[in-house]
Design a protein around this ligand. Structure first.
Ligand code: ZN
Length: 419
């Protein structure tokens, strides 16, 4: 740039920049005659300082390419979830290089991150992706001046709190109580949907979101609860035959911290059910106490559901308890339930592609089987796409996740409460 021959303007100027619709206010010297390609692009602002955000670092490499890295979970070494905002860059093509993505690498070859321009109400896929054995690369054209980019459609604690508030306005919801608080002093809500005094009818219990980086579990339990309280004739019938209890958000601290797997003590909550403690896993302590108090007061639980999302899977599926005798009544019944749910929604895998595991008491599934002597069923949504069924090859969406939760409710009515 030859400043000697340029005309310098000191007044603020609005200049239409070459990358799109944004008008940038330039202050200070501006050399009108210089080659426009030498005007440096301001870096996009990468924000990972908000509830649920997660990145270790973001560094501009020039040319609208950014190095980013995964952050270790609180007091742990697990990591996978990422969530950040791209600000002041509408219309610009950006590339992110997610470095050192760890050893479980296969899912990066079929993973598609998502972006929301409406604060998480809707999400669309980023389809221009690549993987080179240590770095996951994705590119897209920034859609607003505040894009929210995440590993998969985020489900924030704020969305959950809004859901609880909304459900509280439904006449079908008999009570919402706080059964305890987490290490981070967040509330654990117990929602009761029942038409009779507590304990009159047999119960369905449901929990979710033990693992923060599995937002699919929250979408599914939302779909389940929205259907349960709805005017759908089958939901009305279910409410005449059962009472439904839910403690839907067991790890708000981990979600707010942007963790993948653990709570603030660095513990995987779905390994604490054999011995939960007030000091390190209060959400499991209080949830378990709420359910055992119900049992000890004579409540009859028919099934305990636990909603998750398998981060690297390409299937929507169930884990169920493999008993010593595969001809036992519970084993036969849970397989019939899984087959029924799959027949209602082919986004779940066929029966024999689900996973039977020996009873494991440190997980809610095994704990329910042992302590309640009933079905403990883990519902797992794909953290990616699926490879079968009506949506083969398509990444999971909030709409499909909500529909999975509804199918679980309908299947339970047909198999466990047929009237
Ligand atoms: Zn999980």
């Amino acid at each position: 740039m030859n400043q000697g021959t340029t005309e310098t303007h000191w007044m603020p100027r609005f200049v239409r920049m070459p990358w799109g619709r944004s008008w940038i206010l330039l202050l200070g010297p501006f050399w009108l005659s210089c080659d426009s390609t030498t005007v440096p692009l301001p870096e996009a602002r990468i924000d990972f300082d908000f509830p649920g955000a997660s990145l270790a670092y973001a560094q501009a490499m020039g040319g609208d390419t950014y190095r980013i890295g995964l952050r270790d979970d609180t007091n742990a070494t697990t990591k996978l979830w990422f969530s950040f905002r791209v600000q002041e860059a509408e219309g610009r093509p950006v590339t992110f290089r997610l470095e050192d993505v760890g050893t479980a690498t296969s899912h990066w070859s079929y993973r598609q991150p998502v972006v929301s321009t409406d604060d998480g109400q809707s999400w669309t896929r980023i389809t221009d992706t690549g993987f080179d054995s240590t770095t996951f690369i994705f590119s897209y054209t920034v859609r607003s001046n505040d894009d929210w980019v995440a590993l998969s459609p985020a489900y924030s604690f704020a969305r959950y709190l809004a859901l609880v508030q909304e459900l509280g306005t439904h006449a079908e919801v008999a009570a919402i109580t706080e059964v305890g608080r987490t290490l981070g002093d967040e509330p654990l809500h117990h929602l009761e949907i029942r038409s009779q005094p507590q304990g009159t009818l047999p119960a369905i219990w449901a929990v979710a979101r033990q693992h923060p980086g599995e937002p699919g579990g929250s979408y599914m339990i939302e779909g389940f609860l929205r259907w349960v309280v709805s005017a759908d004739p089958d939901a009305v019938t279910l409410r005449e035959r059962a009472e439904i209890h839910a403690i839907p958000f067991l790890n708000p601290d981990g979600v707010l911290a942007g963790n993948q797997r653990v709570n603030l003590a660095g513990l995987d909550l779905n390994r604490q059910w054999a011995n939960p403690t007030l000091s390190e896993s209060p959400s499991i302590f209080w949830t378990q106490k709420t359910i055992t108090d119900y049992r000890d007061e004579g409540g009859d639980t028919r099934i305990l559901l636990d909603f998750h999302s398998a981060p690297t899977a390409r299937v929507n599926f169930f884990y169920y308890n493999q008993e010593a005798s595969s001809t036992s009544a519970l084993y036969t019944e849970v397989r019939a339930l899984i087959a029924e749910v799959q027949s209602l929604n082919g986004d779940f895998v066929p029966l024999d592609d689900n996973v039977a595991r020996t009873v494991q008491g440190e997980r809610v599934r095994g704990w329910g089987f042992t302590a309640l002597q009933t079905h403990g069923l883990t519902v797992e949504s794909s953290g990616n796409d699926v490879t079968y069924g009506p949506h083969s090859g398509e990444q999971m969406t909030p709409e499909r996740l909500l529909a999975l939760g509804e199918a679980v409710g309908r299947g339970i009515l047909r198999e466990l409460f047929p009237g």
